[in-house]
Design a protein around this ligand. Structure first.
Ligand code: G4P
Length: 528
């Protein structure tokens, strides 16, 4: 039996628009998973964290979560790894990268708001990677949209068909439970007085039971039967292959706040969620069943503990067995590294990890050598995982050190922070004193400014630039400086010397394209 069958892992991320209920659902999964006993502690820690982490001052001021960690618990023999992603739009670049470490995603949709902007972007990244996406429609304790309407919206806006695994029972604004389509069973949830702090009791029975009919009332019961008949007749067939390819999303209904529908979701999700997937490297497809250790860095977090000025590199294990103190080969630096203090995180608590398996996430103290996408592997079995995708920046600024005497620290800080993936950095050929930085969300600018000052002692001047798109350019005999129609644009190079242009709008991009036949424009570096 392979390591994965004896130690099953399910590693996933929760994606949503801010306020849809990601924190609340995460917390409830921990509650049902037995990792916490009273809901409220993740949120409380979220608040407590503000007191201990001072670069997170920004987080405090803006009341948002920017740190991300992994939450782990065991449920019915499965080790569950929830990749906690920062929810705010401004941090979506980090969020995107976290998705690369996940084997599946849970997409939360607010029943009243439907598919929102941030959800669309995150969904796109999951879809492009072909990972299974599960949908949890949240806040069913409130008035919201009709479930059929939501199914239609998911299909229209996201281009994926939805298969309801369960269906809300009752009337809008007063749902009482969920109907499980596989088992033809109804589960009704009791109202409890703990405000969702504890697991909520429920009663389960066949949909035809007279007792349920009575409990629900004739009208609600008939409405449920009509809905089920319609779903069975007009809906999709459940097709696991389609789910696995990311072409069909199993859909669940519930209310994270009142706990309604959380346990059925967790159990069904764990039954369907994929185990750790094979990963592509330049040499081979790395199977999670392989005994040979391999992992990649997907996130670098600085200053998790300001007292120690530490950087933590989060790695996802892809194959083999990790043991504390083992020596691994860091492919990008060509050095062997001893992994002596691996950490795991439950919210802000750290514990030392003795052993970890494919699908697990651990944090390593980073002496400043790791970068996003780096490969760690067993010495003598060298492979290199594919480069991380570059997520196209949408906002740009020119930055330079206020004090030219601090240039050295400035360049060092910019280099390290770029390596960490805090921002994307570009150079304008022939300009030496400043860089152009690109971000997905404007808060990244604030973090850059703050960290350069705190960690490198450099004040910067930052001027925003009026562009909205970056496009890498390529083509036979291309001379980027000679591109036509670029009067309102800017020609730059990325850190690997690849040319790109900054342009204001799609409209202008088309105008430039027309004037430069034979030149290709790419949203990400073409050889990426
Ligand atoms: P996020 O991480 O996705 O940003 O969302 P979060 O869980 O923080 O939830 C956002 C708000 O929505 C919170 O209210 C939360 O209590 C509420 N919420 C989450 N799930 C449900 C649900 O199932 N039903 C209802 N009615 N509300 C839900 P808040 O007032 O902003 O915060 P709080 O004072 O409750 O902590």
């Amino acid at each position: 039996m392979s390591v994965n069958e004896t130690n099953p892992r399910r590693t996933f991320a929760i994606i949503s628009h801010p306020d849809a209920g990601k924190t609340t659902l995460t917390e409830k999964l921990l509650l049902y998973g037995g990792a916490i006993h009273l809901a409220g502690s993740v949120k409380a820690r979220k608040a407590q964290k503000h007191a201990v982490s001072d670069w997170m001052e920004i987080e405090k001021q803006r009341g948002i979560s920017v740190t991300s960690s992994v939450l782990q618990f065991d449920y019915q023999g499965i080790r569950v790894n929830i990749l906690d992603t920062p929810g705010h739009q401004d941090f979506s670049e980090d969020t995107y990268r976290t998705l690369i470490a996940a084997d599946s995603a849970v997409m939360i949709i607010d029943v009243a708001k439907g598919v929102e902007e941030q959800t669309k972007k995150l969904f796109r990244v999951c879809k492009d990677r072909g990972i299974p996406i599960f949908t949890f429609v949240n806040k069913l304790d409130r008035f919201g949209r009709n479930p059929f309407e939501l199914m239609e919206e998911i299909e229209k806006v996201l281009g994926i068909r939805a298969y309801p695994m369960n269906w809300p029972v009752g009337v809008d604004g007063n749902y009482k439970g969920v109907y499980n389509r596989q088992l033809n069973q109804v589960e009704l949830f009791a109202k409890d007085d703990s405000h969702g702090q504890r697991a909520v009791p429920s009663t389960t029975g066949n949909v035809e039971d007279a007792a349920f009919r009575q409990l629900l009332g004739e009208d609600a019961h008939q409405a449920l039967c009509d809905d089920i008949a319609l779903l069975d007749m007009a809906g999709d067939e459940f097709d696991y292959d389609k789910v696995a390819r990311g072409d069909l999303t199993p859909m669940f209904f519930g209310s994270a706040m009142t706990n309604f529908g959380v346990r059925p979701f967790l159990e069904e999700f764990l039954r369907l969620a994929p185990p750790p997937a094979p990963r592509r490297s330049s040499e081979e497809i790395v199977s999670p069943e392989s005994d040979v250790f391999s992992a990649f860095v997907f996130k670098i977090q600085a200053n998790m503990n300001p007292a120690h000025r530490d950087r933590i590199a989060f790695i996802r294990i892809c194959s083999g067995r990790f043991e504390r103190g083992m020596n691994v080969y860091h492919v990008q630096s060509g050095k062997q590294v001893k992994l002596s203090q691996p950490q795991q995180f439950l919210a802000q608590e750290r514990t030392l990890v003795e052993e970890a398996l494919p699908g697990d996430i651990i944090g390593l103290f980073d002496p400043g050598i790791f970068a996003i996408g780096d490969t760690l592997c067993q010495p003598g079995h060298e492979i290199r995982f594919e480069d991380f995708p570059v997520f196209p920046p949408e906002q740009f600024a020119r930055v330079q050190a206020k004090d030219t005497m601090k240039r050295k620290q400035f360049v060092k800080g910019m280099t390290q922070l770029t390596q960490e993936g805090a921002v994307q950095v570009f150079r304008q050929p022939s300009v030496v004193e400043s860089f152009v930085v690109g971000v997905v969300g404007s808060l990244q600018f604030e973090v850059l400014q703050y960290r350069l000052k705190q960690e490198y002692g450099v004040d910067i001047l930052m001027n925003s630039l009026p562009y909205g798109l970056a496009r890498w350019v390529a083509g036979p005999g291309l001379n980027p400086k000679a591109l036509k129609g670029m009067d309102n644009g800017m020609v730059l190079e990325d850190t690997r010397g690849r040319p790109l242009v900054l342009i204001t709008t799609e409209w202008q991009l088309n105008w430039v394209k027309e004037r430069n036949p034979g030149v290709e424009f790419y949203a990400a570096p073409p050889d990426n």
